[in-house]
Design a protein. Structure first.
Lengths: 306, 325
């Protein structure tokens, strides 16, 4: 009996060892793959930071791969002394903050109204919102419409023209719909009107959802370049991303600009481009912990349901 | 909605129907009056949707016109389907359709499974610290603009200073100007897209994996299953519904290939593989001002997109969890 038990235990142990051998290998392989992956995720950032801190000559001669060579801040000096860079930065702030406020001003009351079952025609309105997720007129009619409205080369056009999206409306509407009716009932008994209900009941209680929408708007605004590139003509109005695009993509093909930079040795086209990328990454990276915290929460609440 | 007496009460039809309508109209007017506050709250949003999303749909009629800026919407002559015939005989447009399909298909094959694989890998990391660090790193590019991503790609792929070509030249190989070679475009585009989005997209799958009952793994461990077997027989089947929903959404958006990013990376040398429908519309319409033709291509694009979403929605409705919206 006893020996049987020992034998069984031994066999079990052997089995355990055998069973977990592949798991050990698997764990090591998996961890190595993940580390490799992380290296490939980080490398572009490290490389661009290294280039931005290196001398133009070192980059041009191909000596920068991971670490800065001939450490210098010359490229940053060039970037930060460009007046247009600061104008573009300021414009982005205007578009991001102003645009987000505009979005909330339109979407919050609208989504509240759409969430009320008593709203006559609610189904039609909701369908008209959702339909724009499936079908849109496209680039050309949208552009011509902006032109007809006189919103070409206009800050107002950027702020207003991109204020809403069906996705954000639906997200907020669902949040409002999901609220317990007891608060509302109590407030109604006290004689609250719709404005008061929204202001004192729904707004504070839906703050997480509203913040999510605000962050979505902010990030979209901060990163958007395409329509700003199409609609804005003047250098005084373009946001940072269009400024970046002009330097990164357009200047690359511009030989005159390259020639202008060629005579300098402490900075070059590459180091300036890298410095611009780093400088425009700073706000996103700074806000990142907050974004992360909130988007993780928002992912669960953001799921579109019906 | 007609009243019940509409068909049977023939003699009193007109009067009772009219009364009925009047009653209904009154009831509606009463509700509108009572709920004016709600309509006031809704009005700005409704006007915005009308002006910026629905009014352009009326503008789509230029797809059937020989539109010129001077003649305007109503002055430009109708030409029926001529713009569409022009498209069908335009090699550039056909090439754009082919490229769109090719990029979508390869994305579906490679970029769709990538976040699933990532989620599975992350889930198997034993150290909670490493897992957290890994997540923080891979989510970051999602929040970065495509302009910066394009800048990174341009820097990394640079023929003279980019690390790939620097290494090549150190080994005595000729540098390659990657962004001007049509054969490399799709690989660069899709790989950098995966680099940017796979991490963030894995969140959905990680959340699904967290929901799998630990009892299943416990039972499997008792039966001597390896971790690889557990992935295959427990994790994957458990998150299959989520995978299917994501697949349906992906198929619905198949025709959207991220043209804002393509516009930054492509150049005439690579149009052969990089020019997609949206970039074609952008060039023809906004750069060459051939609005009618571009609007026709846009309408074609939008209709295909609508068809795809509708089809995907139907499939998902039938498949499991219900319609997407």
């Amino acid at each position: 009996m006893v020996s049987d038990g020992i034998a069984e235990a031994l066999a079990g142990q052997q089995q355990t060892a055998r069973r977990f051998e592949p798991d050990r290998v698997f764990g090591i392989v998996n961890a190595s793959l993940v580390l490799l992956l992380l290296a490939s995720m980080l490398y572009p950032f490290l490389y661009i930071a290294a280039v931005s801190l290196s001398s133009g000559a070192a980059v041009t001669s191909g000596r920068v791969l991971l670490w800065p060579v001939d450490l210098t801040l010359a490229a940053y000096g060039q970037v930060l002394s460009d007046r247009l860079f600061w104008i573009a930065y300021g414009n982005t702030l205007i578009y991001a903050v102003g645009g987000t406020l505009m979005s909330l001003a339109l979407i919050v009351p609208g989504a509240y109204a759409l969430s009320r079952p008593r709203l006559f025609g609610r189904r039609v309105f909701n369908f008209l919102v959702a339909f724009t997720l499936w079908f849109h007129a496209g680039m050309i009619p949208f552009f011509l419409n902006m032109r007809d409205l006189g919103l070409i080369d206009s800050r107002l056009g950027i702020l207003v023209g991109f204020a809403c999206s069906a996705f954000n409306v639906i997200l907020l509407r669902n949040a409002f719909e999901g609220m317990a009716p007891s608060f509302e009932d109590a407030a109604r008994l006290e004689g609250a009107n719709e404005f008061q209900l929204l202001r004192y009941i729904f707004l504070p209680l839906s703050m997480p959802a509203i913040l999510t929408v605000a962050l979505l708007c902010l990030v979209t605004r901060w990163n958007g370049y395409f329509w700003a590139m199409i609609l804005l003509r003047g250098e005084e109005k373009i946001p940072l991303q269009v400024y970046l695009k002009r330097i990164i993509v357009d200047l690359r093909a511009d030989d005159a600009a390259a020639a202008r930079l060629a005579h300098a040795s402490d900075y070059s086209f590459e180091t300036i481009m890298a410095a611009i990328i780093v400088v425009s990454l700073v706000p996103i990276v700074a806000a990142y912990p907050y974004l992360l915290k909130h988007f993780n929460k928002g992912m669960t609440l953001g799921g579109i349901k019906e | 909605m007609p009243s019940k007496g509409f068909r049977t009460d023939v003699s009193g039809l007109s009067s009772s129907h009219a009364v009925d309508l009047r009653v209904r109209a009154k009831a509606i007017a009463k509700r509108l009056r009572e709920d004016w506050q709600l309509y006031l709250l809704l009005a700005p949003l409704a006007i915005w949707f009308a002006v910026f999303l629905y009014k352009p749909m009326l503008g789509l009629r230029i797809a059937f016109k020989d539109y010129s800026l001077f003649l305007g919407y109503s002055g430009s002559p109708w030409i029926g389907l001529e713009n569409f015939w022009s498209l069908l005989t335009d090699d550039q447009f056909l090439r754009a359709v082919r490229n769109t399909l090719a990029i979508s298909a390869v994305s579906l094959l490679i970029a769709f499974p990538a976040p699933i694989a990532l989620a599975l890998m992350f889930n198997e990391i034993a150290s909670a610290k490493l897992r957290r660090a890994a997540q923080i790193i891979v989510y970051l590019p999602h929040f970065i603009s495509v302009v910066i991503i394009a800048g990174l790609v341009i820097a990394l792929a640079s023929p003279s200073t980019g690390p790939v070509n620097v290494l090549r030249s150190r080994f005595g190989m000729e540098p390659i100007y990657f962004l001007t070679v049509p054969e490399y475009f799709r690989a660069i585009f899709i790989a950098s897209n995966i680099w940017k989005e796979a991490g963030f997209e894995s969140i959905v799958y990680l959340a699904a994996i967290t929901g799998v009952s630990p009892a299943l793994y416990e039972a499997a461990r008792m039966d001597g299953a390896t971790r690889l077997q557990m992935i295959r027989h427990i994790t994957l089947p458990s998150i299959l519904p989520v995978i299917l929903v994501m697949l349906v959404i992906r198929v619905g958006n198949l025709i959207e290939v991220g043209f804002e990013y393509i516009v930054l990376l492509y150049q005439p040398a690579t149009y052969e593989t990089s020019d997609v429908i949206a970039t074609y519309i952008y060039r023809v319409g906004l750069q060459s001002n051939d609005y009618g033709l571009a609007a026709a291509a846009g309408l074609f694009n939008a209709l295909v997109a609508l068809l795809l979403v509708w089809g995907a929605n139907r499939v998902s409705r039938r498949a499991s969890t219900g319609a997407l919206w």
